[in-house]
Design a protein around this ligand. Structure first.
Ligand code: HEC
Length: 157
């Protein structure tokens, strides 16, 4: 009875050992099979990049040179921090196969998105309205730079 028991579980143990020995290089995004990408580039834009950047672009409103809206509460500033973090990380999603494009420029443009998002993050953490305005336009430029290179029909970010 005992022997029979072992003959049943042995294949499972071997299978677990085999998976344990599989060569997954977690540091290599191309061979790392732990990733399970589900969205294409367009969907990453729609699901993460556009809503997060809209929050940042619309946080400050000027009308006729007069400031008429800016973040005030802790919650509003925190929401901008989270949006900046989401944007910074979305660039990593763009660098992950199958979304990764085959040129160095794609890597550079994605890093530009992370860097610009980190600048927005610092402005939001400092609760600095002027800096938020400046870094928001740096972010906008990062969107445009990639679109200019990779989208044939220009899209307003
Ligand atoms: C590293 C490159 C890259 C960066 C950076 C980037 N985009 Fe995109 N974006 C693309 C590509 C490529 C497409 C076209 C995807 C497609 O049609 O398959 C796209 C598409 C879009 C679209 C059209 C989506 C639609 O549903 O029609 C919008 C809007 C957009 N991006 C907004 C932004 C904004 C806002 C930012 C900056 C906060 C940004 N993107 C940053 C590469 C980028």
């Amino acid at each position: 009875m005992k022997l029979r028991h072992w003959t049943l579980v042995a294949p499972f143990i071997l299978a677990v050992l085999a998976i344990g020995c599989m060569d997954i290089d977690v540091a290599d995004p191309v061979t790392n099979t732990a990733f399970q990408p589900v969205a294409n580039i367009d969907q990453v834009m729609d699901a993460i990049v556009i809503p997060s950047s809209d929050l940042i672009f619309e946080a400050i409103i000027y009308s006729n040179g007069e400031l008429i809206a800016a973040p005030e509460t802790l919650e509003e500033w925190a929401a901008l921090e989270y949006a900046a973090l989401a944007l910074a990380e979305s660039a990593n999603l763009l660098l992950m196969p199958p979304r990764l494009r085959d040129t160095e420029a794609w890597v550079a443009r994605s890093h530009e998105l992370t860097d610009a998002s980190m600048e927005v993050l610092r402005a939001a953490r400092a609760q600095d309205v002027d800096e938020l305005l400046v870094t928001g336009s740096v972010l906008y430029t990062a969107c445009l730079n990639c679109h200019e290179e990779y989208i044939l029909e220009p899209v307003a970010p």
